[in-house]
Ligand binder design. Structure first.
Ligand code: UGA
Length: 455
């Protein structure tokens, strides 16, 4: 069977990763974006964001001749049998619902250019009902004699593990309307199934209607967000009860019905997906008359936001600073914030709890210095008012408080004795519960974790 040719429309995080990984799986791939600079970077062999392992695969794909990048939708229309929509669906200014402008422009640009039968597959995270709307757009803008069809196949990749998640997904979801669409979408994933077979694994293909496929994605992210906020709610209770949430999580996680993953209490979730997806999901449920069913997600969001504020109060407590009606006054203090990305192994600072905490400390009057192993450029653009230190050592030298806000290995493995010699005061807030409190206490530090007792 000849493999279908694939186009990925939108080469942001999602589309670039898929283009590169599917070329690695043996497909002929064209990645298309309206952003010429982004395309030039990718075509030049450089990934415009930090993702472990992706640079090597990009260079291999380009060298193989199977992977190309361009800005022409006409070229995509002529080239591919399957077109994957990978454009962003950002939050609207109401900070709740999703903006589908890019999905719309992608479909209405591509559809009139198609000259043969093709399958348009949505991958972007969208409100339920979008696939049917895309189908209507296609009916309006594509030549009706061609039989162009739509399918929906959400993705579940995590930044930092994206290559693995695309090459070895734990499931493929296929929202399809016809056997033709089913077979073509299956062929577009043959490389994934074949790789699994060589490794004696199986990748389940879950075939659904459109609405279920769309909901699978937001339901999965809502569940993950809820799991994190659950353990952070337990952290709040642990703080007043004098208990340790890390031990609690360890103990409950041994029950396989609960599991240990995504049970890490700390500064809470951030990034370009979980926060925005749970809000868009609530907005859509409200529109459909099922707002009550998702009211708990509002609470999930509130718990998450409260964790960021906790750092501020802990800082005031450790630094023995007054807390007035407007919050703690940290003026005259120098604080190092370690971590700017929303999680380790990523340079993404979108809705990063680390930067939010840094900004809150600065707003309370502290002189804040931020260091991150990968996200410095993005952080500077997002929070230009903060100051930035080029190394971990430079960040902590002379400070009165260290806040670990992202659990990069460089911070987890830092030597508290060495850092203790650089700071002015040995005070540390472990915003990700990633340090060993006993080791830091032995080196003379006063340690505060999230949801952990004062030792
Ligand atoms: C998330 C989902 O995990 C992916 O499955 C999904 O495909 C993706 O969104 C998406 O919608 O595209 P991602 O945003 O890369 O992936 O990040 P996660 O690994 O889910 O982490 C999200 C946030 O939760 C991070 O800020 C992380 O620090 C935090 N987190 C995670 C915790 O606070 N505790 C945990 O136990 C786990």
């Amino acid at each position: 069977m000849t493999l279908p040719r694939l186009s990925f429309l939108g080469t942001g995080y999602l589309g670039a990763t898929y283009s590169i990984c599917f070329a690695e799986l043996g497909y002929e791939v064209l990645g298309v974006d309206v952003d010429e600079a982004k395309i030039a970077t990718l075509a030049g062999g450089r990934v415009p964001f930090h993702e472990p392992g992706l640079d090597d695969l990009l260079r291999r794909g380009l060298a193989s001749g199977r992977l190309r990048f361009g800005t022409s939708y006409a070229e995509a229309a002529e080239f591919a049998d399957v077109h994957f929509i990978c454009v962003g669906t950002p939050q609207r200014p109401d900070r709740m619902s999703a903006d589908l402008t890019y999905v719309e422009s992608t479909v209405t640009t591509l559809a009139p250019l198609l000259r043969r039968r093709a399958l348009i597959v949505g991958k972007s995270t969208v409100p339920v009902g979008t696939a049917t709307w895309v189908e209507q757009l296609v009916a309006k803008h594509a030549d009706p004699t061609l039989g162009v069809e739509v399918a929906w196949s959400p993705e579940f990749l995590q930044e930092g593990f994206a290559v693995e998640d695309v090459l070895r997904p734990n499931r493929i979801v296929a929202g399809v309307r016809s056997a033709w669409a089913h077979d073509l979408l299956a062929a577009a994933h043959k490389g994934v199934f074949d790789l699994a077979a060589t490794e004696d694994r199986e990748v389940p293909l879950v075939v659904t209607d459109f609405a279920t496929a769309e909901l699978v994605k937001v339901a999965a992210n809502a569940f993950l967000a809820t799991k994190i906020s659950f353990i952070n709610a337990m952290a709040e209770v642990c703080e007043v009860a004098g208990a340790d949430v890390t031990l609690l999580a360890r103990a409950i996680g041994y029950d396989p019905r609960i599991g240990h993953r995504f049970l890490q209490a700390g500064l809470g979730f951030g990034g370009g997906c979980l926060p925005k997806d749970i809000r868009a999901f609530q907005a859509r449920a409200q529109e459909l008359g099922a707002g009550e069913a998702l009211r708990f997600l509002h609470e999930v969001d509130l718990i998450n936001t409260r964790r960021r504020g906790r750092v501020l109060n802990l800082a005031a407590e450790l630094l023995d600073r007054p807390v007035g009606p407007a919050g703690p006054d940290l003026s005259g203090t120098v604080v190092a914030v370690l971590g700017a990305s929303f999680k380790p192994n990523s340079d993404d600072v979108r809705d990063a709890p680390s930067l939010a905490a840094a900004a809150a400390l600065a707003a309370a009057g502290a002189d804040v210095r931020v260091h991150d192993p990968q996200a410095m450029d993005n952080a500077r653009r997002s929070q230009p008012a903060l100051s930035y230190a080029p190394t971990l050592e430079a960040a902590v030298t002379g400070v009165s408080l260290v806040v670990v806000a992202t659990e990069w290995a460089e911070f987890r493995n830092a030597d508290p004795v060495l850092l203790g010699g650089l700071v002015e005061r040995r005070l540390v807030i472990d915003g990700r519960n990633c340090l060993d409190p006993a080791q830091w206490a032995r080196a003379g530090w006063t340690y505060r974790g999230m949801g952990r007792p004062v030792t």
